[in-house]
Write a protein that binds this ligand. Structure first.
Ligand code: FES
Ligand code: FES
Length: 224
């Protein structure tokens, strides 16, 4: 089992023999790595509290994963991002996190990390979302406080057809390059970093140059 390697929030880990084959990813994150932002409830894929995102092979988008459904021993080579890696108090919060909070989408907060990671997975895998598509993307996220409407209304601000005055246009906070794991490398280089194209921002002076990556169009955009 020593050859199972996973990356979590940009840090490489080897899953050693102390981890039995029935340890699920959620328990590995929480109990071995002490990343307890990832929650659990149903443990059967129905509540979404345990959602993280993962790029399963290099260069592929980070997709949502119910970490209660996958044994960590089957995650060899995965690049996993948890809520702590997406944004945190020390390094700053991600736009999906702040949008949820600022729009009253969190009450007790137990479900919030799962909603945020699910939304981030949606943003990373599908571009130019409509409000309807966003509303239909959360069939397996539950909120025990039943705050569904403010959660969905908050996330709909990321849609291309959101009212102009509400629409979120902050590219850098929406897309994270995976050039440097989960860490933003812009500080090491200069003021520019990689983000994926957002049609309405293409002409803006924030966009520096086009790069092709896995068939998708990428641009360098000025850090906002
Ligand atoms: Fe994983 Fe409920 S704990 S979906
Ligand atoms: Fe309490 Fe959703 S905010 S469970």
């Amino acid at each position: 089992m020593d050859n199972i390697k996973i990356k979590v929030n940009g840090v490489q880990h080897t899953v050693g023999s102390e981890v039995s084959s029935d340890v699920m990813l959620v328990d590995y994150l929480r109990n071995f790595l002490e990343l307890r932002g990832t929650k659990y409830s149903c443990r059967e894929g129905g509540c979404g509290a345990c959602i993280v995102t993962a790029s399963k092979t290099p260069g592929t988008p980070y997709v949502s994963v119910n970490s209660c459904l996958v044994a960590v021993t089957s995650c060899d080579g995965w690049d996993i991002r948890t809520i702590e890696g997406l944004g945190n108090k020390k390094d700053g919060y991600h736009k999906v996190q702040t949008t949820l909070a600022e729009n009253h989408g969190s009450q007790c907060g137990y479900c919030s990390c799962g909603w945020v990671m699910a939304m981030q997975g949606v943003l990373e895998t599908k571009k130019d979302l409509t409000m309807k598509e966003i509303e239909n993307s959360f069939g397996s996220n539950l909120c025990r406080c039943t705050g569904y409407r403010p959660i969905i209304e908050a996330f709909k601000k990321f849609a291309k057809d959101a009212p102009k005055e509400e629409r979120i246009m902050d590219l850098q906070s929406l897309y994270i390059c995976n050039k440097n794991g989960n860490k933003c490398c812009s500080e090491k280089e200069d003021d520019w970093c990689m983000v994926e194209k957002n049609d309405t921002e293409l002409e803006s002076n924030k966009v520096k140059e086009l790069v092709l990556k896995d068939g998708r169009k990428w641009f360098q955009a000025k850090r906002i």
